[in-house]
Design a protein around this ligand. Structure first.
Ligand code: FMN
Length: 163
């Protein structure tokens, strides 16, 4: 019942992009895409080892080249992980992506979400993009709780006529 309303409010063809290193954000992107009957599009970057990504994630605003299917839409959903202060392949994507409105769905393990939210809100402000940010704690509880959180996010997406 709720899902049919969600489909009405979210644009039918809203593309879902994701960046994922260990699969959590990918899982969320695929769950969302299944509900919205669409195909998620992957943002890919270098296969650096964890420690190198960790060091780079401490440098705010640092972009690292990523490849992704062309963004034609004005509005997208973007799933990606929380990485310290910065997820460089996603920052690169945001700089290059011409879309104007975004819903970010960020997976994390439960710490530091406030400064990350501020960072990406600030980046979007600079890039003149409107943004709505949701976090999913992948540590908190079971698959059931995660899909409940996703359901809440879907519901809040449906309440937004403009972001
Ligand atoms: C470089 C790096 C930095 C991270 N920093 C944080 C952090 O500050 N807070 C947190 O809760 N989780 C942190 N994580 C954990 C990820 O946010 C979490 O595992 C996420 O769900 C991974 O998503 P993925 O599987 O889509 O790559 C970090 C992971 C990496 C690789």
């Amino acid at each position: 019942m709720l899902l049919s309303q969600e489909r009405k409010s979210l644009k039918m063809d809203v593309p879902i992009y994701f960046f994922s290193r260990t699969g959590n954000s990918k899982k969320v992107a695929f769950l969302l895409a299944k509900k919205l009957k669409t195909e998620p599009k992957e943002i890919q970057s270098y296969k650096f080892p964890y420690f190198l990504w960790l060091i780079l994630s401490f440098i705010p605003f640092l972009p690292v080249k990523s490849n992704f299917p062309e963004v034609k839409a004005e509005e997208i959903v973007l799933c990606f992980p929380k990485w310290t202060f910065n997820c460089p392949p996603v920052t690169y994507f945001l700089i290059k992506c011409p879309c104007k409105r975004l819903t970010m769905i960020i997976t994390y393990k439960g710490w530091g979400k406030n400064h990350y939210e501020k960072f990406y809100k600030f980046l979007c402000l600079i890039l003149r993009k409107q943004v709505k940010i949701h976090f999913i704690n992948i540590k908190k509880g079971s698959h059931g709780r995660r899909s409940q959180r996703l359901q809440q996010i879907l519901h809040s997406l449906s309440c937004q006529s403009t972001f």
